[in-house]
Ligand binder design. Structure first.
Ligand SMILES: CC(C)(COP(=O)(O)OP(=O)(O)OC[C@H]1O[C@@H](n2cnc3c(N)ncnc32)[C@H](O)[C@@H]1OP(=O)(O)O)[C@@H](O)C(=O)NCCC(=O)NCCS
Length: 176
């Protein structure tokens, strides 16, 4: 019987409206281990405050997310639009198995579609070194926008993929 530690079959598919609950749950699961390092407990405990599955419904319905399924179980997702990788989350149970990498390949393809400028990502602090592997560099400090007023900010690093370092354009960064 397949188990989460070594899924035998990981598939990637486009999202539909019905994935909103799964995306909400995956996001909550992926951020839970981020306290106390690199985020304070009060930040992680309120990460999902103000969000519900409905927050993700419209984007899911547009079919622009990629959903990763490991042996039929939701394992992660990503969302990108031309010029920006917006979200990339892998559930801890399925971390370290290459799912983040495979989602990133798809997210970058979507971020590049019809776009010739730099690609941006607002990276959580834990993921900065992950994105560096893909040629992204830190451009500025920031916070996630749109948080409710009564909860603490979520600090991020605003990263950018410079076309000159883009491995798909002849640069030397790793990650492909
Ligand atoms: C960051 C994240 C997407 C990585 O997903 P994953 O499926 O565990 O990553 P993979 O197994 O595909 O790893 C691919 C490579 O990146 C490396 N890597 C994974 N996470 C890393 C991290 N946080 N920092 C540096 N390298 C990392 C792996 O060691 C692997 O390296 P290798 O090619 O030399 O073997 C996942 O840990 C996650 O969802 N974290 C919480 C949510 C989050 O921070 N998302 C980003 C929001 S901007």
């Amino acid at each position: 019987m397949p188990d989460a530690a070594s899924p035998s079959d990981v598939t990637y598919r486009r999202s539909s409206a019905e994935d909103a609950e799964v995306v909400f749950e995956l996001t909550a699961a992926a951020v839970a281990p981020l306290a106390p390092d690199p985020y304070p407990t009060e930040v992680v405990e309120t990460w999902m405050t103000g969000r519900t599955a409905e927050t993700y419904r419209k984007d899911c319905a547009s079919g622009t997310l990629w959903i990763a399924e490991a042996d039929g179980r939701a394992a992660g997702y990503c969302h990108a639009v031309p010029g920006e990788v917006i979200r990339l989350f892998v559930a801890p149970l399925f971390g370290g198995k290459g799912i983040g990498r495979n989602l990133m390949v798809r997210a970058l393809a979507d971020a590049r579609a019809g776009w010739r400028g730099p690609i941006r990502i607002d990276a959580t602090l834990n993921a900065v070194s992950f994105y560096r592997q893909w040629g992204f560099v830190v451009r500025a400090e920031g916070i996630f926008p749109g948080r409710p007023r009564h909860v603490p900010d979520i600090a991020v690093k605003i990263m950018e993929l410079n076309a000159a370092l883009d491995p798909w354009r002849g640069g030397s960064a790793q990650g492909a």
